[in-house]
Structure formats: C-alpha cells, structure tokens
Design a protein around this ligand. Structure first.
Ligand SMILES: [Fe+2]
Ligand SMILES: [Fe+2]
Length: 139
C-alpha cells in the first residue's frame, strides 16, 4: 500500500446506506487516483481534469446526502451542510493551487490533504447521518 493510499474498508468506512457507501467508495478511488497522478508528476492538464471531475462528483454526492437529510428531517442538517460547503471550498481552492505545486513534498501534502479531506468527513459526519437513516428504516 502506498503511503497515502486510502483503502475502502466496510467496517471502518461503511455508514450502512448502500448508495452513500457506493459513492464514498468512488470518492476514495478518485482520491487515490489523484494522489498517484500527483506522485507520478502527471501533466497539469490531466491533473486538472481529474480534480475537476472529483469536484463535480463531490457536489453530486453532497446533494444526495442533503436530499436524504431533508426528506427524513435530520436534526443536524445545518451543520452537515456547512461542512459540505467548507469541503467544496477547500477542494476548489486545491484545484487552483495544485497546478502550481511542484516537488515531492508538495505532492505528498496534496495527497495527504485529499485523503484527510475525504476520510475525516466520512468517519464522523457521514457515519452519524448513516446511523440516523438506518434508524428511519433505510438501508
Ligand atoms: Fe456528508
Ligand atoms: Fe458523504
């Protein structure tokens, strides 16, 4: 396993809602692809495209979670949406700055940052949401 590679693990990352878990798995795949591309010093154009794709996919994913929260009256919806907005901002800033980043240290920072970006939210906010939705009878 490479240094910053994330590995999907159902026990660790699973929130128990099939659609959300599937999308998280795809996000983790994309994070790894981007981290590899950065490590291999991929061309800026290719990297930019991957990051922009990731941004679009993240937006779609956030919308799915926010729809489920609204439909089921999730009490912590405000905070969760704020966190999505913050993540979106961070990711779009990264898209702008990563293209200027060169050298191994910066590359490692980018991949570590992305891993953290994706994983921390899944392990905390999304797990809480998953528990709530399971209690409402979803799976
Ligand atoms: Fe979320
Ligand atoms: Fe999520």
């Amino acid at each position: 396993m490479k240094k910053h590679e994330l590995v999907w693990n159902k026990n660790q990352h699973g929130v128990g809602i099939a659609l959300i878990d599937e999308q998280h798995r795809q996000i983790i795949d994309r994070v790894n692809q981007i981290a590899n591309a950065v490590a291999m010093e991929a061309k800026s154009d290719a990297l930019k495209e991957m990051l922009e794709d990731m941004l679009i996919f993240a937006c779609e994913h956030f919308a799915v979670e926010e729809r489920l929260m609204a439909e089921h009256g999730y009490p912590d919806m405000e905070n969760h949406i704020q966190e999505h907005l913050r993540m979106y901002q961070q990711l779009s800033n990264l898209v702008k700055t990563v293209l200027r980043a060169t050298g191994r240290n910066k590359a490692a920072l980018v991949s570590a940052y992305l891993s953290d970006w994706a994983e921390r939210h899944i392990l905390q906010a999304d797990k809480e949401l998953g528990g709530f939705l399971i209690a409402k009878g979803l799976n």
